[in-house]
Design a protein around this ligand. Sequence first.
Ligand code: SF4
Length: 326
Amino acid sequence: MKPADSNGRVKGGADAVLTASGLGVGFFPEGKARLEVVGEVDLCLRPGRTTALVGESGCGKSITAASLGGLLPRGMALDRGEIRWAAGAECRPGRGLAYVFQDPGECLDPVFTIGSQIREVLPKEERGGAGERMSALLRTVGFEDPARVLASYPHQLSGGMQQRAMLALALAGRPRVLVADEPTTALDVTVQAKILRLLAELQRQENLAVLLITHNLGVVAEIADEVHVMYAGRVVESGPVELLRNPRHPYVKGLLKALPRLDGADSRLEGIEGSVPPLGRRPAGCRFHPRCPLARAVCQEREPEMRRRGEEGAVACWACGEGGWA
Ligand code: SF4
């Protein structure tokens, strides 16, 4: 469990590769005031650990991840908070930080072979003996015939093979942090399981800190160590992954109720009424209040802050104080 103050704010750990505190990303529409896309996000990424960012589409997960490596879309800027790297760790995509995105077919360049794309990412000092290192990388991600894959163009590989090639590409720069943004969403279910197993294996072998972005709580429960649940640009509950067994925040409870059950206990999917408010139309007070079955007047008036609950994590909800409503 990472250290935090009484408000759940991350203080960072001696072993953290990357600590982010109070991160805020703004969108600056021409001639208009700043709109908050993401705010008050704290992260502590440590070697050999997987931190998951979860929530519905539009909650700010990918923007948070993009802000760490300077990959924000045009018109947005990381203008709040602080990112600290461990001594000696270099932060830039392809070096300290590497990304694997949802659709490998979109990320790989169709006109270059896999080999030439991996070579581009290798540190300069390794380009001399590139063939050997590239073959080793491809073996690490499960290819038994690296020579054939190195000579292949992306369209000659299946979706699962493309994603494994993307993982090799990501590892080529010897990153300390791997950001996996919905890495299996575009793949078949059977391939998804293989890629997730591979991701977990690579994390162990390379001692990587992994930031996993997903809307799939089943995946999180299986491979994450810590989880941060985001809603409308803010983290609403965070802590060790075990919190998913007994979440406090009504939004997290709702997400879990929307998961299909395979044990036949209750096959109804309850879901959450309504949808995530778009940028610029986020409500005052608790952003979840229009969808929350527990909402009271205070929820419409004041935004709850993250409050720590012992070792169980932190939660931002007026109804989740010690002994009930704060
Ligand atoms: S603060 Fe109020 S509206 Fe927000 S999640 Fe808690 S109970 Fe629901």
